[in-house]
Design a protein around this ligand. Sequence first.
Ligand code: NAI
Length: 351
Amino acid sequence: MSDQFDLQTATVECVRLHDPASGLDGYIAMYETDLGPAAGGCRFWSYADGEDAKADAVRLARGMTYKNALAGLPFSGGKAVLRRPDKDFDRTALFQAFGRAVAQLDGRYVTAEDVGTSVADMQVVASMSRHVAGLPPEAGCAGGDPSPWTAQGVFESMQTGVAQVLRGNLDGLTVAVQGVGNVGADLCRRLHAAGARLVIADTDAARCFALAKEVGASVVGVEQIASVDADVFAPCALGGALTRDVVANLTARLVCGAANNQLASPDVAALLLERGIVYLPDYVVNAGGIISVSAEYLGEDAGHVGQRVAAIAPRVGLLIARAAAEGRSPAHVADEMAEQVIANAREMQPA
Ligand code: NAI
């Protein structure tokens, strides 16, 4: 069962996933553009209801479309959102059922890991469909956990942001990191090596304290992290970190993190601009993961991934400069650039 929504310049198709036997319940959202098949990870998370999960899938697929467009990848955006069952469930059976759903789409959607899913889950999906990435890499080929590539792109973007906005480097600056999972923890290690002071928070206290010990970070509660005294705020947990209230209390002058969909609502971009806070758009800085995943799917080598990830920070530099020159939010400038790439792909299609 699937239905469609119109969103600005393209249409999102939303396929319902429902397999009571395994507990599979969720959606695959695919943004239809001329860039290519829809690619984006699979999120496994608790949602209040199906509508919530569907809305998240659509939002995330839209972000993936912009991300893939700006990163120059031959893919449109997609996302799978699976509701975590409340009762006991067989994880293998659930991801086999998801794999069958991916197989049915016959390459129109390419999946990979996202929040709540692992390489092991994607191996289960791969037993049902070849349209999956984020699998253990073969020698010399791209592949494996995409998080380190995501962390690298975010770190290098932050370095560029600090140089252009704060006019310095990370040594001695304070970075507040919200969420220290796969990407957040890797980012913290890089920041620590660069001499940054770290303040961290995570709903998983054990994970947070273990990392704090390793990198000498201060730990604060999840309610405090966005308002601590810091030069840079790095949202690396879930979406919606930047609400109007959060932005009103931010002390950081730069926001740069891995989380998708950081702006809780589109108007928050203007509020950030008004407060003189430079927001580096999430889908631009966190493209490292999808760059790795798409290279793996296309059978490219790891060198390609390194080159494309290295291009993220210079792109961020251009964005900051253009936004500053035009007195606009980098978020709006990035959206416009991505829309242009999507429109160009449409024009390239034979009439
Ligand atoms: P993860 O699941 O490994 O880490 C997320 C962390 O955030 C967990 O430790 C969790 O306990 C914590 N968390 C959840 N709610 C929180 C809250 N309210 N306050 C503080 N901490 C909270 O996920 P991962 O892979 O590190 O991804 C982080 C973010 O980056 C997600 O939004 C994801 O969509 C995004 N992203 C990840 C990519 C990747 O390559 N893994 C690629 C691009 C984006």
